[in-house]
Write a protein that binds this ligand. Structure first.
Ligand SMILES: NC(=O)c1ccc[n+]([C@@H]2O[C@H](COP(=O)([O-])OP(=O)(O)OC[C@H]3O[C@@H](n4cnc5c(N)ncnc54)[C@H](O)[C@@H]3O)[C@@H](O)[C@H]2O)c1
Length: 336
């Protein structure tokens, strides 16, 4: 049995606690939260767990193997740093950190101390995203040309971060997993129209190598909830609709081809291919369950997690560049 402690039992923490508790190889030794009310809520669920207000209790416990951090992003760096310095393996919520340098420092520290640094990019562990990855790896879609996602709904308005930091990490992490191409530049637009200094609606454009483009539309102020992603390939295209209870993925044998004709060398002829559509079977496992299983496997074998610090850093780089571009009304920001 590996022992894990959880810091942060707000909105997301309870999902982690439940999945850690359900894993037969994990013991949920601690739940830590500033809030006494949150600890009270947790104590009803977990009888064998210790409940503390101060994270130091976790850092100091020599028997504790790993620490999960599910607190607001502004606290991620300090808590993860202390955990790594105390010799613990770390599960860190998305987005990994507020700054690129902080993410880089955590990666370095984890490597120096030979500790795991796992970042919770939940969607990478869903049946739907796994299926799309399988189709891409088999070459079904041909060459990838675009990623186009819409993640909009009404709420949960955050008080301290723009919508980009709340919702876009999901899409950026899915995109990076499916399209592990070099990201060249980012342009982002949005507005603080409620006067509270927070951007509740934004559009990101991510320029990747080989002319591949990503468009990510995120909003807390949409009257309807849309969770749709289109992944374009030269051979086939995929529609991933996360709101659908079944048939979340549809593969379209559709495409566009441009070619020169003998008669008219100066104009390219456009030909559309309109073929069949099919909906492959998608596993309906809980993503956090699979992710916990993978984390435990990494704890045992010391292999690097699929969504490690480097994957977390990629997301932070794009978020930071987007924030900068947003201030300049969409001026592209080059990614180093
Ligand atoms: N992976 C996902 O799909 C997903 C979904 C939602 C949220 N998240 C991430 O989870 C993290 C937490 O989000 P949330 O919505 O649960 O936030 P929240 O504000 O609802 O909960 C955070 C909790 O942490 C506690 N806390 C804050 N700082 C603390 C500290 N230093 N020590 C102890 N307790 C502390 C607060 O009292 C609160 O109960 C964020 O990074 C967020 O981006 C991830």
């Amino acid at each position: 049995m590996m022992k894990i402690g959880l810091i942060g039992y707000g909105y997301w923490g309870p999902n982690l606690a439940r999945n850690f508790n359900q894993n037969p190889d994990l013991e949920l030794s601690y739940i830590c939260d500033f809030s006494q009310d949150r600890l009270k809520a947790a104590s009803v669920m977990y009888k064998q767990t210790k409940f503390v207000n101060d994270p130091e209790a976790l850092f100091k416990d020599k028997d504790l193997d790993a620490i999960a951090v599910a607190t607001p992003v502004s606290t991620h760096f300090d808590l993860a740093k202390r955990a790594l310095e105390s010799g613990k393996d770390v599960w860190l919520e998305k987005p990994m950190t507020e700054k690129v340098e902080q993410a880089e420092e955590l990666i370095e520290l984890a490597e120096k101390n030979k500790r795991l640094l796992h970042v919770d990019h939940t969607f990478v562990y869903t049946g739907a995203v796994r299926k799309i990855k399988e189709l891409i790896d088999k070459g079904e879609l041909g060459d990838l040309i675009y990623y186009d996602s819409t993640r909009v709904n009404l709420g949960l308005f955050q008080q301290d971060v723009d919508v980009i930091w709340d919702l876009a990490p999901h899409d950026i992490s899915i995109m990076d997993y499916l399209m592990p191409f070099k990201k060249m530049a980012v342009s982002a637009t949005g507005s603080k129209f409620y006067g509270n200094g927070i951007v509740p609606k934004a559009l990101l454009t991510i320029y990747m190598e080989n002319n591949v483009v990503g468009h990510i539309n995120v909003s807390w102020v949409s009257p309807v909830k849309i969770r749709q992603t289109l992944i374009g390939g030269t051979a086939k295209m995929v529609l991933y609709d996360d709101n659908q209870p079944s048939e979340k993925i549809k593969v379209y044998d559709k495409g566009v081809q441009l070619f020169e004709t003998k008669e008219d060398l100066y104009h390219l002829k456009v030909q559309y291919r309109v073929g069949d559509m099919w909906a492959p079977k998608v596993s309906d496992h809980e993503a956090l369950g699979l992710q916990t299983k993978h984390f435990v496997e990494c704890l045992k074998t010391r292999q690097k997690p699929l969504t490690d610090g480097k994957a977390g850093l990629e997301v932070v780089k794009i978020l930071v560049a987007s924030q900068k571009s947003l201030k300049g009304r969409g001026v592209p920001v080059e990614l180093a």
